[in-house]
Design a protein around this ligand. Structure first.
Ligand code: BGC
Length: 769
């Protein structure tokens, strides 16, 4: 990649009067013109090939998620046929590649360097589903800031995050990458993440361009199978799925990634209604759209035509950048000749790409993110790891704690058993491309550290992840091995039972492996794998108290476990510091406060299941969930989930009282205030997420049985009481009607306030004309 200096000089001289004046390896001290002028100037100097080149995004091949990888990358960069590169790691490598672009290519246009920095960089935070369970926007924003800080110190200037796809189907492996099922909470998180990554000034060297994905509706594939068909009414899109994407746009996100799925019969990548009418005309998006990995050629398999046709379709739809597909590179020129696309369209796409580079300050200093000193000092620092640990502890959800089995005493003899107990490679979960697995903290190591020398922690693996080695292999890819133990199942179990019998309490670390969820990891079974269920049953049989620490990238079906195990702590994949964070909670240094953002079903047959459902014309009449013939229910299962949206326990208890509303009537230009007293009635200081749901009782279209409209996360000392007040304005009452107008309709509204989406305390008011 290095170039000979004489050649370089000749090159620099030969291009000294074109492009902008970029000095070798240094900041461009010449004054750069204002954006519009600068970009227009540059475009006027570009050949058609160079323009098309700006729209091409190959992968470095370091990390790949699709079948194809890019070819001839170095040569293409030199020829100005590349606009950016992704998934290449290290400031040093990136500097070398950037050097080719700014010193060897004719116009010296710097490259974007993208990466899937999804939940932290080397200091890895919980998977997004876990992060969302904190319900803490400051913490979430901070996690994105730290991710940006570390990624930018390593050469990255663009992240493919946040992923904001609402999903109600736990079979889909990518629920782990999103913020759960709620459009309101999802919107706040989308905004927090965008602001965290981009900051208020993209030209700083520690902020990076965000990319909201996957636009749109990727979280609703039929049967929960990844990449599968999506079919949805527009009213549902607008009311239930679009909000988080729009929130990211409103927060100023610089780029959008198209989803793989079709939307209303046309793949998102070629969908003009989606990319132009909705995204740009209705929402006013000003940045650029990138396809997802090979999204353009995949339209051939969708049945939309050959490579030239689908590439033109994408450009015409309003897509600017082609990730890995090379459809633009290979066919756009021909499409210009054949008048299938226009130069004006290409110019517009190029303009958006160059503007993004301009906004990042890359024309001023293409190496601004390539400071190896920064990489050394700012990545995986103790401070960042501590923040990852604190955040991780907030993401854990206590599902059950019978007889206050938790927290554990640091001085007890603990048998830590399970395939996830000593599994550092799996702690960070899916999409952790920058994580240093060897440095991640396993639960065993975290518990040893937090408990200190008085604890006696015994460890045995107990079982493999799965009886079936081939299945285990699929769920432990990308270096996330669980080091399959080749002893017999009985040998593993016997060893576990031996230490279980010596212990005061058993901690069973069970569940999914990191790659059991994530891309292309859909499941048709949402239970803990059978071999682990058998292990758990054997552990319970010892008569020792059992705490289940559950590792999961999705809601699981936990009916058996909930029936038989006294304490369950849902740990997700909590990041590089997971082991410490889980230990902090297990030993009571941190009181758990996480709340579910996705419903946990009783049975996979209930999926898709979500709290903000419609009532139907035949709702159940009894509250006990008893079967009623000719009503909307199942003959063999109850309707309610096992754990509802918003659910999560604490080591302390909270009491809600005095729910009050300031007025029972509200005019459009007024607000009403709803207040409630929350008292910490237990024995620990703690945090509670006070949740407010609204039901619109009558509408011109059917409305959900309730919708989250506000919440506050408060800290209460033992015995302390706080009055929490919410203000309801007309904005909280609006929805999209049949004409897709965003309106509030007069009538009765019920307001529920409480600890989860089953909150029963309610007040009501009327919206009057
Ligand atoms: C995923 C995206 C990701 C991209 C680049 C795709 O397979 O769907 O979420 O950003 O790869 O790695």
């Amino acid at each position: 990649m290095m170039m000979n200096t004489t050649r370089l000089l000749v090159l620099l001289l030969s291009v000294s009067c074109i492009g902008y004046s970029q000095k070798k390896g240094a900041k461009n001290t010449a004054k750069i013109k204002p954006k519009a002028e600068f970009v227009a100037d540059l475009i006027s100097q570009m050949t058609l090939d160079e323009k098309i080149g700006q729209l091409n995004l190959p992968t470095s091949g370091d990390i790949t998620t699709g079948a194809s990888s890019s070819t001839n990358v170095g040569k293409n960069i030199e020829e100005g046929k590349v606009g950016g590169l992704f998934n290449i790691k290290s400031a040093k490598k990136i500097r070398e590649v950037q050097k080719i672009a700014v010193e060897k290519s004719r116009l010296k246009i710097p490259l974007l360097f993208g990466m899937d920095v999804i939940h932290g960089y080397e200091s890895t935070f919980p998977i997004p589903l876990g992060l969302s369970s904190t319900w803490d926007m400051e913490l979430i924003k901070r996690s994105a800031q730290i991710a940006a800080q570390e990624a930018s110190a390593d050469g990255i200037n663009w992240t493919f995050s946040p992923m904001v796809d609402v999903s109600r189907d736990a079979r889909w492996g990518r629920v782990s990458e999103g913020s759960g099922e709620d459009p309101y909470l999802g919107s706040l998180i989308a905004e927090a993440m965008v602001k965290g990554y981009q900051g208020d000034d993209l030209t700083k060297n520690n902020t990076i361009l965000a990319c909201v994905k996957h636009f749109a509706l990727y979280g609703a594939p039929e049967a929960g199978r990844d990449y599968n068909t999506v079919d949805m009414s527009k009213i549902r899109m607008y009311n239930e799925y679009f909000a988080p994407y729009k929130a990211a746009i409103d927060a100023g996100v610089g780029s959008v990634m198209a989803s793989f799925n079709e939307v209303d019969g046309v793949p998102a990548t070629g969908n003009k209604w989606l990319m132009t009418d909705v995204l740009r005309k209705q929402w006013g998006f000003k940045g650029f759209v990138v396809t997802d990995f090979t999204g353009i050629p995949e339209m051939i398999d969708h049945g939309m035509g050959d490579l030239q046709t689908v590439s033109a379709l994408a450009l015409n739809a309003g897509v600017e950048m082609d990730m890995v597909g090379e459809g633009f590179l290979k066919t756009l020129k021909k499409s210009v000749d054949e008048k299938k696309v226009t130069i004006a369209q290409i110019d517009n796409a190029v303009r958006l790409m160059l503007e993004a580079k301009y906004d990042l300050g890359l024309f001023h200093d293409p190496y601004k993110y390539c400071d190896e000193k920064r990489a050394k000092n700012e990545i995986f620092t103790t401070a960042n790891r501590n923040e990852a640990r604190t955040t991780a502890a907030q993401s854990l959800v206590l599902l059950k704690n019978q007889g206050q089995l938790l927290p554990l005493k640091k001085s007890s003899t603990i048998a830590l058993i399970g395939p996830l107990a000593d599994a550092k490679e799996n702690m960070s979960g899916t999409w952790s491309v920058a994580t240093r697995f060897e440095k991640s903290i396993s639960l065993l190591s975290g518990m040893q550290t937090v408990a200190g020398k008085n604890a006696n922690i015994l460890y045995a693996k107990g079982s493999n992840l799965e009886y079936d080695a081939a299945l285990e292999e699929k769920a432990t890819m990308f270096g996330k091995t669980l080091h399959r133990d080749h002893r017999t199942d009985k040998e593993l179990l016997d060893e576990a039972l031996k230490i279980a019998n010596q212990s005061d309490v058993i901690v069973a670390a069970l569940g999914e492996s990191a790659e059991y969820s994530g891309e292309s990891s859909s499941r048709t079974n949402l239970e803990i794998p059978q071999v682990q269920k058998d292990l758990l049953a054997a552990l319970l049989k010892t008569g020792k108290p059992v705490v289940l620490v559950l590792f999961n990238g999705r809601p699981l079906v936990l009916v058996d476990e909930n029936e038989k195990v006294p304490a369950i702590l849902n740990a997700w994949f909590a990041g590089s510091e997971a082991g410490l964070a889980i230990a902090d909670v297990l030993f009571g240094d941190v009181n758990p406060s996480g709340k579910l953002t996705a419903t946990f079903p009783r049975s996979i047959g209930q999926v898709p299941i979500y709290y903000n459902a419609k009532n139907t014309g035949r709702p159940l009449m009894n509250k006990e969930g008893k079967f009623e013939k000719f009503r909307s229910n199942y003959i063999d299962e109850r309707n309610e989930p096992l754990f509802a949206f918003g659910y999560g326990l604490s080591y302390t208890t909270f009491n809600y009282s005095n729910l009050a509303i300031s007025s029972t009537k509200m005019k459009a230009n007024e607000t009403v205030k709803v207040s409630v007293d929350v008292t910490n009635t237990g024995n620990y200081d703690g945090k509670e997420v006070v949740q407010l749901y609204i039901r619109d009782m009558v509408g011109s279209v059917t409305r959900p049985v309730r919708e989250l409209k506000d919440f506050k996360k408060i800290s209460l000392k033992k015995g302390e009481k706080q009055t929490v007040t919410f203000e309801i304005s007309i904005e909280k009452l609006k929805f999209y009607n049949s004409d897709l107008d965003f309106v509030a309709e007069p009538g009765l509204f019920e307001v529920f306030v409480g600890t989860d989406s089953n909150a029963e305390n309610k007040v009501s008011f009327e919206l009057v004309d």
